[in-house]
Design a protein around this ligand. Structure first.
Ligand code: ADP
Length: 474
């Protein structure tokens, strides 16, 4: 399928051929940027910094708003590009485009309000002023599971703050990134202020981005293992970093919960994007009194999910990103079953073959199983039984990760106690989805550093400068 947004990027002599994970078909071939190319792009980004950062917030907002409008006007084609390279159902891809645009709209507004501060002085002859200034050239490295939104969530605040940004998208999903870049050009964002660099050598390009002295900040979304490498590489030039890393989200259902709401929340939290999001519920803890009832109702809903090519109408669960992902998920499931887990549904690759995995529900999981500690990243729900509040909170927190957690309960005292006790950056209470541009997204512990979205998100791209104006007289 030819995509009009990508017509400038087709490069049959290029070395990156993007594959459709549902069919294995080649989608398009594009050029490869080498580490040397990226060096030159960094210098151009630096050269673009003075002019871009001196534009008024209002002026940058106008450009970003045009970009937002163009993304929304092209929602359908962008969604088709996402589905073609990432596999998610079209309805989810359309949702991602709207979600991705929402960050552009939000930060267009926030850029105008990046206020400083005047602090009551400690000395009558001086004044204290705090100003916020753009940090400089920023590099972003992004994953394949939200190939539009994980880019706009970084680029929009960077550009709004006055920073040029270079983005290296994931190898599997460069086309969505290029389509977003095309729309940025049409909106009037200068070439050197926002550049996508596509490569099949992430390590080499990543090294340039994390060690280059002209780059002042790295914003990464991806695995904890790679995040740690990038933090180490960024240390020599003491770059500011934002890291959105892996999770191992608990989803707790207490006896007093609204069971129907909990089942619906569980379904969407687990099976969205075939379980391939960093905030997907990974461990379901169900209290004794409702354990069997929850599993019965959850199984009914999971059994109704339709597996298929994301471009087909009615598909709920698309393919996993590649064959290695299927193997990894299957190995975790097999090992859990060997260790005593009960297969309620699925437990094997899907009958369609290829990269499809059957929606799976495993019960009677225990903390010692590998699957309890790993980020599953597939359509597999694992259910634990628990008795007491203290015990489940301890189990939920017993992980190096701290991104998202969810729980369903109605007792007000319990709701507050558990919300405060969970060691996570985000907690959904009686809600299975918590992503929105207006709230701070991010993790603690080994799930990350920094926040994206909300009024806090733009601070990641600004430095605070304190000026003491002395000698003013009394
Ligand atoms: P996933 O396992 O979900 O693919 P990764 O953390 O491996 O997550 O990938 C996220 C992003 O990090 C991708 O853009 C990928 O190309 C990039 N990446 C992977 N390894 C490195 C590396 N050593 N240096 C820089 N970027 C990397």
């Amino acid at each position: 399928m030819a995509f009009s947004l990508l017509s400038a990027y087709e490069n049959s002599a290029g070395s990156i051929t993007v594959q459709n994970p549902a069919t294995g078909a080649a989608v398009m071939t594009i050029r490869e940027y080498s580490a040397g190319d990226v060096e030159a792009i960094v210098k151009k980004a630096q050269a673009s910094l003075p002019a871009w950062s001196k534009r008024t917030g209002k002026d940058r907002a106008a450009v970003l708003k045009r970009w937002n409008d163009l993304i929304l006007e092209n929602q359908e084609e962008l969604a088709q590009i996402i589905t073609a390279e990432c596999g998610k159902p079209l309805a989810e891809a359309r949702g991602e485009v709207a979600y991705g645009a929402s960050f552009v709209e939000w930060f267009a507004e926030e850029g105008k309000r990046a206020y400083g501060d005047v602090i009551p002085t400690h000395n009558p002859a001086s004044r204290i002023v705090v100003m916020k200034q753009p940090i400089g050239v920023v590099a972003a490295i992004t994953p394949w599971n939200f190939p539009v939104a994980m880019i706009t969530r970084k680029v929009a605040p960077a550009l709004a703050a006055g920073c040029p940004m270079i983005v290296k998208p994931a190898e599997a999903t460069p086309l969505s990134a290029l389509a977003i870049e095309e729309l940025a050009r049409r909106a009037g964002i200068p070439d050197d202020v926002f550049r996508i660099v596509t490569t099949s050598s992430p390590r080499e390009v990543g090294e340039v981005l994390t060690t280059h002295p002209l780059i002042k900040k790295i914003s990464f979304t991806g695995s904890t293992a790679v995040g740690k490498i990038l933090m180490r590489q960024s240390a020599d030039t003491v770059k500011k970093v934002s890291m959105e890393l892996g999770g191992n989200a608990p989803f707790i259902v207490f006896d007093d919960a609204d069971l129907d709401a909990a089942v619906e929340g569980a379904l969407i939290s687990k099976y969205r994007n075939a379980g391939q999001t960093c905030v997907c519920a990974n461990r379901f803890y169900i209290q004794d009194g409702i354990y069997d009832a929850f599993i019965t109702r959850f199984a009914e809903r999971v059994a109704s999910l339709r597996v298929g090519d994301g471009s087909e109408n009615g598909t709920d669960v698309g393919p996993l990103i590649n064959a290695a992902a299927v193997e990894k998920v299957n190995a975790l499931v097999k090992s859990a079953v060997t260790d005593g887990a009960r297969t309620v549904l699925g437990g094997t690759p899907d009958a369609r073959g290829g990269n499809f995995y059957a929606p799976t529900l495993l019960a009677d999981i225990t903390p010692d199983m590998d699957i309890a500690r790993a980020e599953i990243f597939g359509p597999v729900a694992t259910v634990f039984r628990f008795t007491s509040e203290d015990d489940v909170v301890a189990q939920a927190n017993d992980t190096p990760y701290g991104l998202a957690a969810y729980f369903y309960a109605r007792d007000l005292g319990r709701v507050w106690r558990v919300a405060e006790a969970l060691e996570y950056g985000m907690v959904g209470i009686n809600e299975g989805i918590l992503s929105t541009e207006v709230a701070p997204f991010g993790g603690i512990k080994e799930s990350g550093v920094g926040r994206e979205g909300s009024r806090y998100g733009i601070d990641e791209y600004m430095e605070m400068k304190y000026c003491l104006f002395g000698g003013l007289g009394n």
